[in-house]
Design a protein around this ligand. Structure first.
Ligand SMILES: [Fe+2]
Length: 278
C-alpha cells in the first residue's frame, strides 16, 4: 500500500496567503497515483473559529481523486486548555460534520492504520480518556496486521524524555502512555505534521516521520528545531516493512510565515509565548 501524507495546508477563502500551493500539491498527488492520501491536519488557516475556512478546505480536499482520510490540527479544532482556542465539543462537532471523524482506523490485508486526534492529548478530559480506551481496543484487535499511527502532533521534538514542550509536541504523561502502548503492540510507524519541517528518525523500533507542510516554512521567528525547512509531503510504502520518503515538491512556492504573520495570525504575533502560531 502506497500512502501519500500531506499536511498543514493552511487554506482559507478570506486569508488566501497559502492557497496558491494547493493546485500544485493536488497535481503532484494525482501524478503519484497513491492508494490513499492522509492529511495530518491544519487543513485551514482558522477552522477552529471560522466555519468557511473548514468548508473551503474540505471542498478542495474532496477534489482529490484518491481516497482521503483527514485528521484535525490545532488550527482546525483548537488546542490546549487555557489557550486562546481550546478544543471543545463545538469545534470537534464542526470538524466531524464538515470533514469527517477526528479519529479512525483503516485496514488493509496486512496493515491497520490508526488516526489519532492529538489535540486532546494532555487535556485530562473525558474525551482524552475515551480516545485512549478506543486506541487500546484498536491496537489489540489488529490481529496479525502491522500498525501505523498518524496524528497532527509529533511524539516529541528533541528527545523522547524531554519535558513539557507546550505547543510543539505531546505532554510527557500522555507521550509515555502512547510509547508504552506502541511498544506493547509493536507499532511500526508514527507519522505527524505540525512542525512545518521534514524529519525522520527511530525511537525503539518505531519509525518516526514528520511530513513537511505544503503551505509555508517558519523562519527565524521560531527557535531552531530538528528537521529540514522544506515544503512537500511524505510517501509511506507499507509492505513487509515500512519505507518512508520525505519529498520536497519544487512546484510549491516557498512562503515564509514570518513575512505575513501579522496578517494571517495577528494574535500569535501579539503574544508569542502564550499562543504560538504554526
Ligand atoms: Fe500548521
Amino acid at each position: 500500500m502506497r500512502i501519500i501524507q500531506i499536511t498543514d495546508t493552511h487554506l482559507s477563502p478570506s486569508k488566501p496567503h497559502f492557497n496558491a500551493n494547493w493546485s500544485p500539491l493536488a497535481q503532484w498527488v494525482t501524478d503519484q497515483n497513491p492508494d490513499l492520501v492522509i492529511h495530518t491536519g491544519d487543513l485551514a488557516v482558522d477552522g477552529a473559529d471560522i466555519e468557511d475556512d473548514l468548508a473551503f478546505s474540505a471542498k478542495l480536499l474532496n477534489e482529490i481523486s484518491a481516497p482521503v482520510l483527514s485528521l484535525p490540527g490545532n488550527h482546525d479544532i483548537g488546542h490546549m486548555p487555557g489557550s486562546a482556542q481550546p478544543v471543545n465539543a463545538t469545534r470537534i462537532d464542526r470538524w466531524r460534520e464538515m470533514v469527517g471523524p477526528d479519529r479512525w482506523t483503516y485496514d488493509s490485508k496486512h496493515w491497520r492504520l490508526i488516526g489519532l486526534n492529538s489535540l486532546i492529548l494532555g487535556a485530562d478530559s473525558p474525551e482524552e480518556e475515551e480516545q485512549f480506551d478506543w486506541l487500546e481496543v484498536a491496537l489489540a484487535d489488529a490481529e496479525a496486521r502491522r500498525i501505523a499511527v498518524f496524528a497532527h502532533k509529533p511524539l516529541f521534538v528533541d528527545t523522547a524524555d524531554e519535558g513539557e514542550t507546550g505547543y510543539w509536541s505531546i505532554r510527557p504523561a500522555p507521550r509515555q502512555k502512547l510509547l508504552d502502548l506502541f511498544a506493547e503492540y509493536d507499532v511500526a510507524l508514527h507519522a505527524s505534521g505540525h512542525l512545518h519541517r521534514g524529519w525522520q528518525g527511530m525511537h525503539n523500533n518505531i519509525s518516526l516521520v514528520w511530513a513537511p507542510a505544503s503551505s509555508f516554512i517558519v523562519g527565524d521567528m521560531e527557535r531552531d528545531m530538528p528537521g529540514a525547512r522544506i515544503l512537500g509531503a511524505a510517501i509511506h510504502t507499507l509492505a513487509d516493512t515500512v519505507e518512508s520518503e520525505i519529498v520536497e515538491i519544487d512546484t510549491l512556492s516557498r512562503f515564509v510565515l514570518d513575512d505575513v504573520i501579522e496578517e494571517v495570525y495577528p494574535r500569535a504575533k501579539k503574544a508569542p509565548t502564550a499562543e504560538t502560531t504554526i
